[in-house]
Design a protein around this ligand. Structure first.
Ligand SMILES: Nc1ncnc2c1ncn2[C@@H]1O[C@H](COP(=O)(O)OP(=O)(O)OP(=O)(O)O)[C@@H](O)[C@H]1O
Ligand SMILES: [Mg+2]
Length: 346
């Protein structure tokens, strides 16, 4: 099922939580909504689910305008972070619940429901917990059961709001891989919310970056990381540093010193230069390079991060060097951007 979100606005007491959001999700796609707290991710998901209705704009499921339809009519499955399992029901009853409460006409037979629930237990790789109660499961197992419960109704669309939010890093990682594989097997159109960028980048076909009720950029993980469309996306995704520079006929200047012709095609004037730690290299050659005082040195996985205070404003820039390189930088260091990104300042 493909989903088309068209100029969606949602106000809560005049407060615009969503501000004209348009998004096309292809059938079978796995999409991540990523953004800081309060950017409107949950609101967008709840509108797609039918738990909330738009102030204006519309949502299409395929060719159908679903904007005013109920949750049941939309036939979506959802898992919310705090949407707990029913405590007084066994796992199998939890999973069967959505089918059992259907009207008589749409309800499968008892045997069919039991079969479907036990197939789902196999799918979530927990075949032996059918008769346990939620408190007898680990957090990760509970999340998988919640997912099975969402899948039981054979939803056209699966919506997940920070489904792994409360779990520790290792379990999250396992569940991510597991969910990705599950998605490949079942082929449900899936939209999931996270504010963990690693999770978004690693799992999804495309990432939707949101800020203040708007979409900043939609793209594959590579596009989002390598070609961020705005200063917000650049600084939100991955590690980055920023320098205030000026552009004069394609040449970039920092405190009056040329860094070279890095800004071809960009307008003259003040600009913001964004740099990633891995795109900088320490050099001895001062031509076109940037110098500054080493402020701190930290170990970061396989690299050492050298924080350098640059220029008159002592702006902090991080440079990554391999940790195996046995040198402890101090005093003044010079580095060169192998890659950078410039945006006009305004
Ligand atoms: N029912 C509501 N009534 C009033 N304001 C709301 C309501 N729901 C959300 N908001 C506001 O809308 C904005 C977007 O909220 P939303 O829950 O969509 O953010 P989010 O991106 O999911 O954030 P988080 O990462 O913290 O979950 C917030 O400023 C929030 O306070
Ligand atoms: Mg939220």
């Amino acid at each position: 099922m493909d989903i088309s979100v068209r100029r969606l606005c949602k106000e809560f007491d005049r407060y615009p939580a969503l501000n004209g959001v348009s998004l096309e999700v292809g059938s079978g796609e796995l999409i991540a909504l990523l953004g800081p707290s309060g950017s409107g991710k949950t609101t967008l998901l709840r509108l797609i689910a039918g738990l909330e209705f738009p102030t204006s704009g519309s949502i299409y499921f395929g060719k159908e305008d679903a904007s005013q339809k109920s949750v049941q009519e939309r036939n979506v499955g959802f898992v919310f972070q705090h949407y707990a399992l029913f405590r007084h029901m066994t796992v199998i009853d939890n999973i069967s619940f959505g089918l059992r409460v259907r009207g008589r006409r749409n309800r499968p037979s008892d045997a069919a429901i039991r079969k479907r629930a036990s197939d789902l237990l196999d799918l979530i790789q927990l075949p032996n917990v059918a008769n346990r109660f939620p408190h007898q499961l680990s957090g990760g197992q509970r999340q998988r059961v919640a997912l099975a419960r969402a899948l039981a109704i054979e939803p056209r669309v699966l919506l997940l709001d920070e489904p792994f939010g409360a779990l520790d890093a290792k379990v999250r990682k396992e569940l991510r891989r597991w969910l990705r594989e599950l998605h490949e097997r079942t082929g449900h159109t899936t939209i999931f919310v996270t504010h963990d960028q690693e999770e978004a980048m690693e799992m999804s076909d495309r990432v939707v970056v949101m800020s203040q009720g708007r979409i900043e950029q939609v793209g594959t993980p590579d596009e989002i990381y390598d070609r961020p469309a705005s200063p917000f996306v650049f600084s939100f995704i991955g590690d980055s540093g920023e320098l205030a520079v000026t552009i004069d006929r394609g040449e970039v200047f920092l405190d009056g010193r040329s860094l070279g012709p890095l800004a071809e095609g960009l307008p003259d004037g003040r600009a913001r230069m964004f740099l990633r730690p891995h795109d900088l290299e320490i050099t001895d050659d001062p031509a076109g390079a940037i110098s500054g005082e080493v402020a701190t040195v930290r170990r970061h996985a396989a690299t050492r991060r050298i924080e350098i205070a640059v220029g008159e404003k002592r702006q902090r820039i991080e440079v990554a060097v391999p940790a195996t390189r046995g040198f402890v930088p101090e005093g003044t260091q010079t580095f060169r951007p192998v890659r950078c990104r410039l945006f006009p300042a305004n």
